[in-house]
Each structure stands twice: as structure tokens, then as C-alpha cells.
Design a protein around this ligand. Sequence first.
Ligand code: ZN
Length: 76
Amino acid sequence: MKCARCGKEAPESLTTEAVELDAGGLLVVRHIPCYRCGNCGEVMYAGDVVRRMEELTGQAEAMLQEITVVNYARTR
Ligand SMILES: [Zn+2]
């Protein structure tokens, strides 16, 4: 994938993201597949990953825990 910011090639990688939840908790998702630009460090997600993250965010909000940590690779 081409980097959205600088246009250089962004190879596949894995990342960890922390999402602040509306309910006040924090969701940490580990091992998320992404594309990371080797030039500027921009991280991009495929469309299905974006949708899956939204689902995981909704599930975490329903659990009402202070901190939820999930491994993306194990949520399928
Ligand atoms: Zn870039």
C-alpha cells in the first residue's frame, strides 16, 4: 500500500492501538494488521480492519471495564 501522507511504499506490519471509550474505559488492541510507512511512520488500516476495530470498540463499551486488552488475532 502507498503511504497516504508521503506516497512512499508502506509494507505490512503489526501495531497496538489504545482507544478511549465513551463509557470512560480504555480498550487496548494488540497485534493489529496494518501498513506502516518506512519513510514517515504513518500507519494505515485496511477497510475490514477499521470495521473490526469499530466492532471491538462497541463490545468493549458494553463490558464497562476500566481497561480491556484484546489480541486482534484472537478475536475472529
Ligand atoms: Zn509516509
